[in-house]
Design a binder for this molecule. Structure first.
Ligand SMILES: [Zn+2]
Length: 88
């Protein structure tokens, strides 16, 4: 759990975390709300979010046989990194 949890208005990096978690169905209700609020006013993250969905589908196709938790974590990290780079 993050210490920044009290605010509904998150920055782009936290939105990316929520977004990635949501892709894997790991986001809690509150995180989904925060993500939706962020997506409502942040166009960059909306673009990222839709790209992320496509990417996740590709990952799932590619990893059907060897889908370890470790591998998933690697992918998630690279997605988050990509997002941070787009914002900088
Ligand atoms: Zn954003």
């Amino acid at each position: 759990m993050s210490k920044k949890n009290k605010s509904l208005f998150v920055d782009c990096s936290e939105a990316a975390t929520c977004c990635t978690k949501a892709q894997y169905d790991e986001a809690g209700f509150f995180e989904k709300i925060k993500l939706m609020i962020h997506l409502a006013f942040c166009r960059t993250c909306r673009t990222f979010s839709s790209k992320n969905s496509k990417l996740t589908r590709k990952i799932e196709e590619a990893n059907l046989k060897c889908c370890s938790e470790e591998k998933k974590r690697e992918w998630r990290e690279s997605i988050n990194k990509l997002h941070r780079e787009e914002h900088s």
